[in-house]
Design a protein around this ligand. Structure first.
Ligand code: NDP
Length: 334
């Protein structure tokens, strides 16, 4: 069993809770950062493991945000930066999305350089939205891979919350690449680039009315009744347990250093999700999907080749059916 200590920023988030759970199950010590004591205590009781402790980092944008937390933990040798706003319903794109994402990443890296010289590996949770183009910048014929960057400019990102989220992930990731290119650092860095992340919550769900942003795609279908109309929509996805596992591989394997890991399992449409739910949960109120629409819907879904990522990871991504069934089972039955 390992005694390595791993710092996880935003430890109470949907993805981060799975990371914490997997780290603890592999024997790592975990120091998580959260925004308040109440959130720290709640997470501590969910996690229920002596190898977990938390630090309060109230704001990502404050200068020196992570300094005190790292000064208190000279034992930490791995830093996983997951904290970043993920919402499409903010009022002020720059202050609610761009700044916390970009400054949060830079504050983490500066703290590591200045107060965590013993830290050898850093993993930044970026996103597939830092890779793909959207709206007028979506290219239906392009096969996107680990080398691609969303062409959205900073100014375009400010135009609406959706582009704001895309821009926040792109410019936060770019800031990290620039930081390690310019500064002398003791660590190797890796990036995790997932699209929509589906799957059950790591621990019990407190409020099922609204889930985290990506699982709300599934929850919105779950909340439909038989006469509701399913929109002809789809995208690409990956399961949260695979995203967490990839964060561990990213610091455990040397091949992952300086790499962007494009974590895409496959595509989904709401029609397919509805049919998976109907097949597995016959009592559901969800309308039947019309999968004859899938070829048309698929024309609006990004094509991808993540074979380099898959080679580094060395495990298979969970298929859509498993991800949907486990998510919906938790909503209906847990
Ligand atoms: P969650 O919303 O569940 O978790 C986000 C975490 O970041 C929480 O700990 C949250 O703290 C913290 N956070 C958000 N905004 C701020 C802020 N302004 N200041 C301080 N802390 C903040 O999201 P996910 O788990 O889904 O996302 C985690 C990471 O994964 C993010 O970087 C996201 O961009 C990325 N990602 C997510 C995808 C998905 O589909 N879920 C896809 C691709 C990337 P609090 O609970 O206090 O709000």
């Amino acid at each position: 069993m390992s005694t390595t200590s791993v710092f996880v920023s935003g430890a109470n988030g949907f993805i981060a809770q799975h990371i914490v759970k997997q780290l603890l199950s592999k024997g790592y010590n975990v120091v998580g950062s959260v925004r308040s004591e109440a959130k720290g205590e709640e997470l501590k009781s969910l996690v229920n493991n002596d190898k977990f402790s938390y630090e309060i980092v109230p704001s990502l944008t404050e200068d020196g945000a992570f300094d005190d937390a790292l000064k208190k933990h000279p034992e930490v040798t791995v830093f996983l930066h997951t904290a970043s706003p993920f919402s499409f319903s903010v009022k002020d794109v720059e202050n609610d999305l761009m700044k916390p994402a970009v400054s949060g990443t830079l504050n983490a890296l500066k703290a590591i350089k200045e107060h965590g010289p013993q830290i050898k590996r850093v993993v930044v949770t970026s996103s597939a939205v830092a890779v793909f183009g959207f709206g007028p910048q979506f290219d239906a014929n392009k096969v996107y891979n680990e080398d691609d960057w969303n062409p959205v400019t900073y100014e375009q990102a400010l135009s609406n919350p959706m582009f704001g989220y895309f821009g926040s992930k792109k410019y936060a990731e770019k800031a990290a690449h620039d930081f390690v290119a310019k500064e002398t650092v003791n660590f190797g860095i890796s990036f995790i680039n997932p699209p929509y992340v589906f799957g059950p919550q790591a621990y019990a769900i407190k409020d099922k009315t609204t889930l985290n942003t990506s699982n709300e795609v599934i929850n919105k279908v779950v909340k439909l009744t038989k006469n509701d109309v399913l929109p002809a929509e789809g995208h690409v996805f990956v399961d949260v347990r695979d995203v967490a596992r990839a964060h561990l591989v990213a610091f455990e394997k040397d091949e992952a250093v300086s790499k962007r890991l494009l974590l895409v399992s496959g595509s989904y449409t709401l029609d397919t999700i509805a049919n998976i739910i109907n097949k597995k949960f016959p009592q559901t109120t969800v309308p039947k999907g019309d999968e004859s629409r899938n070829p048309e819907t698929s024309k609006r879904i990004h094509k991808f080749d993540n074979s380099r990522t898959q080679k580094i990871l060395g495990f298979e991504f969970k298929p859509l059916e498993e991800s949907i069934i486990d998510t919906v089972d938790q909503i209906y039955n847990a």
